[in-house]
Design a protein around this ligand. Structure first.
Ligand code: ATP
Ligand code: MG
Length: 440
C-alpha cells in the first residue's frame, strides 16, 4: 500500500540507521481507502543527515531550518521532515523555533488533529497514539490535546479543522467545535492568503453547507460582510428562508467549483443594505446585486484573491439577477458585449439561486433559465459573427474604397457589424462592400 518511491525513501533512511515513517495526511487518506495526493515522511535523521543519505537525488532545501528536506524520487517530490516539536507560537502562527527530537511520539503530538497524527510503517502498521483510527471510523475531527491550547498556538487550525470536516464530510467533536467558535478572534492574527486558501477548501467540500451553517460565527470573523444576512427575513413570496439560509442552500445546489461557490456566497450579501418594505408589507431589495458586488470586491481584495478569480466572481455576483435576452437577434446583440463562457457560468449560478427559492417560485425561474440556455446554445451553434474580427470585410477594404482612417471608418465598421448581427445584412464580402460604398 505504500508506493515504491516512498518505500525506497523509508528503507534508505533505515539502512542508514534512522527511524522513518510515512506520516500525516497520507496515512489518513490511505486508511480511508483513498489514494493520497502526496506523501510526507518523518524521520529521526537531522536535515543534514537526510541531505547526505539522499546525496544522489535532486533536493529542495528551502525548508531546512524547519527540518524539511524535499527529495525527488521517480519524478515525485517527497518532504522528509525531522521529528520535531514546535516552540512557542508568539504570533499565533509561526513557531519561534523548532526543536528536533529523536523519537516519533513528540512529533505526532504537535500535529493538529487526531486523524492527521498517525504514522505508518509497512511492518508495524499504523502508529496511532491519539485515537486517530477511531475518529476516522466515527468520522470526527478532534484536536490532539486541549483544543483551546492548540488553537492559541496556531489560529489557522480553526479553519484547517473546518476544511477537513467539509472535505471529508466529518463532524467536529463538540469540545473542538465549541472552542473553534469561542476562539474565533484568533483568526485576526492569520495572514489573508492562508485564510483565503482554507476558505476555498471549506467552500468546495461536499459538506460546505453544513459547516458554514454550523460555524457561521467563525466565517463571519473572516468575512464580516456576510454577517448581516444571518436572520435577515425577506418578506417575499419568492423566499421561505432568511438571506443567509437562502445563500447556503444556493451554495449547496452548486457544482463544487470555487468560482460558483464564492459567487453564491456573496450574491445576496448586499440585500440587507438595500431592503425596503412596501405598503403591502412586501420586501424589496432594489439594486442589491451592485451592492453585493461592492462588498464582495472589498472582501476578496482584503483576502488577496487572485485577479482572475476576482473578475469572474464579481461578474457573476453583479449579474446574478439579470434577465437574459429572449430572441435570436437580441441574444446575438447581447453576446457582442458578453463572453459566452461567462454567460454559461451565469446560467449555472442563476440555476442554483433559483433552486434555493421557495418551492412555488422555483418552476417559473427554472423555466426561464432553461429557455435562455437553449437559446444560447442554438445561437452559438450557428457560429454567428459577434465581433469586428469575424466581419467579412476589414478596415483595409474600406481604405481601398477611398476612406481615410479615423472615427468615421470605425463607426462604419461597427454599423456593419450591427446590421450583420441583426440579420439585416449577410456576413459576405460583396454585400458588405456595397453597403460600405453607399455609406461612405
Ligand atoms: P491535505 O490533504 O490537505 O494535504 P494534510 O493532512 O496532508 O492534508 P498538510 O497541510 O499537507 O495537510 O500538512 C501535513 C501534516 O502536517 C498534517 O496532516 C498535520 O499532521 C501536520 N500539520 C500541517 N499543518 C499543521 C498545523 N498548522 N498545525 C499542526 N499540524 C499541522
Ligand atoms: Mg498534505
Amino acid at each position: 500500500m505504500i508506493p515504491e518511491h516512498v518505500n525506497f525513501i523509508l528503507s534508505r533512511l533505515r539502512q542508514a540507521g534512522f527511524l522513518a515513517y510515512a506520516v500525516g495526511g497520507c496515512v489518513r487518506d490511505l486508511l480511508r481507502g483513498e489514494a493520497p495526493h502526496d506523501w510526507d515522511v518523518c524521520t529521526s535523521a537531522l536535515p543534514d543527515e537526510t541531505e547526505r543519505v539522499f546525496f544522489d537525488c535532486p533536493q529542495i532545501l528551502t525548508g531546512k531550518k524547519h527540518g524539511t528536506v524535499a527529495v525527488v524520487v521517480d519524478n515525485k517530490l517527497v518532504e522528509i521532515t525531522t521529528f520535531r516539536t514546535d516552540g512557542a507560537y508568539l504570533d499565533n502562527r509561526h513557531p519561534e523555533a523548532v526543536t528536533f527530537l529523536t523519537s516519533l511520539e513528540g512529533d505526532l503530538a504537535r500535529r493538529d488533529f487526531t486523524v492527521n497524527a498517525m504514522a505508518l510503517d509497512e511492518n508495524e502498521g499504523p502508529i496511532d497514539l491519539f485515537g486517530g483510527q477511531a475518529d476516522l471510523t466515527d468520522r470526527i475531527i478532534r484536536t490532539v490535546g486541549d483544543p483551546a491550547a492548540r488553537f492559541r498556538e496556531d489560529g489557522l487550525r480553526i479553519l484547517r479543522g473546518l476544511r477537513f470536516a467539509s472535505r471529508l464530510d466529518f463532524a467536529v467533536e463538540p469540545a473542538t467545535a465549541q472552542t473553534m467558535i469561542d476562539e474565533r478572534a484568533l483568526l485576526h492574527n492569520i495572514s489573508a492568503e492562508r485564510i483565503f486558501s482554507e476558505l476555498k477548501g471549506i467552500l468546495t467540500g461536499p459538506a460546505a453547507g453544513r459547516i458554514l451553517r454550523g460555524f457561521a460565527p467563525v466565517i463571519f470573523i473572516v468575512l464580516p460582510e456576510l454577517a448581516p444576512m444571518a436572520g435577515f427575513e425577506q418578506h417575499s413570496p419568492y423566499h421561505d428562508s432568511d438571506v443567509w439560509e437562502h445563500t447556503l442552500r444556493a451554495l449547496e445546489a452548486s457544482p463544487r467549483d470555487p468560482i460558483y461557490r464564492l459567487a453564491l456566497l456573496f450574491h445576496d450579501c448586499g440585500k440587507p443594505d438595500c431592503f425596503t418594505i412596501d405598503e403591502n408589507g412586501r420586501g424589496h431589495f432594489y439594486g442589491h446585486p451592485k451592492r453585493s458586488r461592492e462588498l464582495a470586491e472589498g472582501a476578496l481584495r482584503r483576502l488577496k484573491c487572485d485577479n482572475d478569480t476576482l473578475d469572474r466572481v464579481l461578474y457573476l455576483v453583479e449579474k446574478h439577477d439579470t434577465w437574459l435576452p429572449g430572441t435570436d437577434q437580441s441574444m446575438r446583440r447581447f453576446l457582442l458585449h458578453e463572453d459566452p463562457a461567462r454567460v454559461r457560468d451565469l446560467l449555472v449560478v442563476q440555476r442554483c439561486d433559483a433552486l434555493a427559492h421557495a418551492p412555488a417560485a422555483q418552476g417559473p425561474a427554472l423555466a426561464n433559465i432553461d429557455r435562455w440556455e437553449t437559446l444560447l446554445t442554438s445561437v452559438l451553434a450557428k457560429r454567428p459573427c459577434l465581433s469586428l474580427k469575424d466581419l467579412a470585410v476589414s478596415g483595409d477594404d474600406l481604405l481601398s474604397l477611398g476612406m481615410v482612417p479615423g472615427p468615421k471608418m470605425g463607426k462604419l465598421l461597427n454599423d456593419m457589424l450591427i446590421e450583420v448581427v441583426d440579420g439585416a445584412l449577410p456576413n459576405e464580402r460583396a454585400a458588405l462592400l456595397s453597403y460600405a460604398e453607399k455609406h461612405i
